[in-house]
Structures are given as structure tokens and as C-alpha cells.
Design a binder for this molecule. Structure first.
Ligand code: HPA
Length: 272
């Protein structure tokens, strides 16, 4: 079975569980997977292990399941967890869930992640709207033969983070009194955190945040014509800007920020 046939088979099982064709899909990252649970109605859960051909995530805080539910009367598909490149799986696995969302008919993708703050003005617990990214992973998930059914050989990333969705998010945050930062996200491959010298280099290059995810999915989503909104939860000051970094701290801060993030996403969905 080839790649597209596998994706279509995964999509079929999921679409049987959906009542309609949701317009909005979501990917909730490290420790942030529960942010919407309190405000979702009619929730149905589906583990990735039940979906044929689905790659399985291996990281704590990444559960690998879908929630299907209604958020302010809009049916949404929420992907809890993601595959990171540092897990050692091929790029095709990392972007597999985004491909499935596309085949389900989803046109707007809201992504969240945990990130280190490089910008001196960012503090742990801040939320930051991504305006652009720097792919510092050293590779590209679209490398290899292009499949025209997904999208063009040379996709344009000039507007990788949709301006209209960003305006909606900014208005929603303003109305809610949430101080939403804006910034450029740099993706490193991980799994080690960066060195202070790497953070200095990234700052010089124009990065405000650093993390180990999101960029491959944003590239894949843009490749297939989806509109993307991405929000980082700043969980720590980047390497060299605080004493030391731990995954526990990342999870602790995301847990505390979940409620604010969930409410913001809810307000955004209401306005889409
Ligand atoms: N670096 C990379 N990834 C991260 C960080 C960081 O400082 N914080 C949360 N995810």
C-alpha cells in the first residue's frame, strides 16, 4: 500500500466518526493537550492506536489521540500530541497527521507548542502568536519526490502563518485582556536543548522563540493549501538566559497556562 492509500484509509476511519466535515483542525502540543477539554461539548475520544497506519508518539505529555467535539457550535477535530522529528521517525510520519487532517477536509489548522523564549521581553507563561519561522532543523519534510496530489513541488511560504487568522487571534486576545506576544519561531531538531551560543546565534538571526516542533507541520499544511495559526506557550527562558532547562519545568508551565490558552483558542474559534 502506498503513502496516499494509507493516509486515505486512516482518513476513512476518522471521517466515519465525524458528523460533518469540520473546517477547523487543531494540534495541541507538549502538556497543552487538555487546554480545550473544559469547553468542548459532546466529546468523543479516539486513540491513534485505533487508526490504521497511524505513527505512534513516544514522548511523555504527547498522548496520541483525537478528540472530536463541538466548540461554540463548530465541530472541531483536536489532535492531542504530535510526532517529533527527534523521535527518530521519518518525516513522512511527522507530517502524517497533518496530511490526514487535510484529507478530512480541514482548511484551517490551529497549532500550539511549548517553546523557550529568546526575546528578553518574554516570560514563562506568556502566549505568543507565531508570525514566521526559521527552519533550523537542517532538513525539510518535503524533501524527496513530490506528490502533486498533496501540493506543488516548490510551495510558497511567504504567508505561512495566515494573516487573517492572526488578526482574529489578536482581536480575541485584546478583548479578553490577554497579553499576546508576537514572534518568530526557530525550530531546532532536538532532543537536546540548545546551547547558550546557539541561542545567541538564533537571536542574531531574528528568532524570538525556540522549539522542536511545529515547523514541519506548518510546511506540510502550507504545501497542501491549509491556513495556519500557531501559538506558543513560553515555558522557559532559552538556554543561557536562566539557570538550567528541564522537561519537567516545561510541563509544569504548560499545565498552568492551559486554561488561558484554551479560553483564547475558544474565542478564536468563535470568531472564525
Ligand atoms: N528549547 C527547545 N524546545 C523547547 C524549549 C527550549 O528552550 N522549551 C520548550 N520546548
Amino acid at each position: 500500500m502506498n503513502k496516499i492509500e494509507k493516509i486515505k484509509e486512516s482518513t476513512r476511519l476518522l471521517s466515519d466518526r465525524l458528523s460533518g466535515e469540520p473546517e477547523i483542525g487543531m494540534v495541541l502540543g507538549s502538556g497543552l493537550s487538555e487546554s480545550l477539554t473544559p469547553i468542548l461539548d459532546g466529546v468523543e475520544e479516539l486513540s491513534w492506536s485505533k487508526v490504521p497506519h497511524f505513527p505512534q508518539p513516544t514522548v511523555e505529555g504527547h498522548e496520541g489521540k483525537y478528540l472530536i467535539g463541538t466548540l461554540f457550535e463548530k465541530e472541531v477535530l483536536i489532535q492531542q500530541g504530535r510526532i517529533h522529528w527527534y523521535e527518530g521517525l521519518p518525516w513522512d510520519d511527522v507530517i502524517y497527521p497533518v496530511r490526514v487532517q487535510k484529507y478530512l477536509g480541514i482548511e484551517k489548522l490551529i497549532m500550539t507548542n511549548a517553546a523557550g523564549g529568546i526575546n528578553e521581553g518574554f516570560s514563562p507563561g506568556d502566549l505568543c502568536l507565531l508570525t514566521d519561522h526559521i527552519n533550523f532543523s537542517g532538513d525539510n519534510p518535503l524533501r524527496g519526490p513530490n506528490n502533486d496530489e498533496f501540493g506543488p513541488r516548490f510551495p510558497d511560504l511567504s504567508y505561512a502563518y495566515d494573516q487573517e487568522l492572526r488578526n482574529i487571534a489578536t482581536e480575541a486576545a485584546n478583548q479578553m485582556g490577554i497579553d499576546l506576544q508576537h514572534g518568530v519561531y526557530a525550530m531546532t531538531s532536538g532532543p537536546s536543548y540548545e546551547t547558550p551560543a546557539e541561542i545567541e546565534a538564533l537571536r542574531t538571526l531574528g528568532a524570538d522563540l525556540v522549539g522542536m516542533s511545529t515547523v514541519p507541520e506548518v510546511i506540510a499544511a502550507n504545501h497542501s493549501g491549509m491556513e495556519v495559526l500557531a501559538i506558543s506557550c513560553v515555558t522557559n527562558k532559552a538556554a543561557g538566559m536562566q539557570d538550567k532547562l528541564t522537561h519537567e519545568e516545561v510541563l509544569e508551565v504548560t499545565e498552568k497556562t492551559n486554561e488561558k490558552l484554551g479560553k483564547l483558542i475558544g474565542e478564536i474559534v468563535k470568531r472564525i
